[in-house]
Write a protein that binds this ligand. Structure first.
Ligand SMILES: [Fe+2]
Ligand SMILES: [Fe+2]
Length: 267
């Protein structure tokens, strides 16, 4: 066990801080928690992993907000990035509660010092773009169609309602990426775009096994079987990530797309 690993646990402090958050998370209490759910070790695993990936997404948007402030980005866009930290923390609570409703979260050891991979670029604008591309343009953009599919196969009122709420938020988390790149457009030269293409390619490769390991089981309750998951991932990588990036002059290297089965030649 690495010195950095700790059990993944969540707590709240309540008081004024609980009251401040209450309006944002109130909808969670309205979900149909009384539904009788079957026991599914796979679903408990998936929702526990989801709770942690939502927590890591909160860290990513905190970094993005700080990086955007350092570039003088439009303040409404920065405010959205900061606000997304709250969305992701609410998703964290939701996923933990769904795991509990399915029989309990599984034990997970995590490294809280490595929630966000630091950008390679030193230039503040390119560093911010790197974070935005990885999180919004790849991670969130891939997540939206996968969650929609997962929702169609959920077979549970609770999981359906939970995924419906999450997917609505993730769609705007993805949009932030395209708006940031369009704002930064005239400050990104060819080298910067080539760099961002490589960053996106690495992120697509990284998300393939990440989502796959968490998502490949028997479909239902938020789990996707590989036969459903794999073509959805390939389609999302092409249509929701590679195409809108290419429209902005950011080309994912063909080898990265081929590595996840999404090379244009096989379309
Ligand atoms: Fe989320
Ligand atoms: Fe998100």
């Amino acid at each position: 066990m690495s010195a950095g690993l700790v059990p993944f646990e969540l707590s709240t402090i309540g008081g004024p801080w609980g009251r401040r958050l209450a309006p944002r998370r109130a909808w969670i209490d309205e979900l149909p928690w009384d539904e009788a759910l079957p026991s599914s070790p796979e679903a408990r695993q998936v929702w526990t992993a989801t709770a942690f990936s939502e927590y890591a997404s909160a860290a990513a948007f905190a970094e993005i907000a700080a990086a955007m402030l350092a570039t003088g980005a439009p303040i409404d866009l920065v405010a959205a990035a900061g606000d997304f930290v709250v969305d992701e923390l609410v998703h964290t609570e939701l996923a933990a509660r769904v795991a509990a409703a399915l029989g309990g979260a599984v034990a997970l050891e995590v490294d809280l010092g490595k929630l966000v991979r630091p950008p390679v670029a030193v230039d503040p604008l390119l560093a911010a773009a790197e974070l935005v591309v990885r999180t919004s343009c790849v991670g969130e953009a891939l997540t939206v169609p996968i969650l929609k599919l997962s929702r169609r196969l959920a077979g549970s009122r609770l999981v359906d309602a939970a995924l419906a709420a999450v997917v609505a938020d993730e769609a705007s988390h993805a949009q932030l990426g395209w708006w940031f790149l369009d704002w930064a457009d005239d400050r990104l030269d060819d080298d910067a775009r080539a760099h961002l293409g490589r960053v996106a390619g690495g992120a697509v490769r990284a998300f393939a096994p990440l989502l796959g390991a968490a998502g490949c089981g028997r479909s239902g309750l938020g789990v996707l079987d590989c036969a459903a998951y794999d073509p959805a991932f390939v389609d999302a990588a092409r249509r929701s990530v590679a195409a809108p990036l290419a429209a902005r002059g950011i080309v994912i290297p063909a080898a990265d797309l081929a590595a996840v089965g999404a090379d244009p030649a096989r379309e």
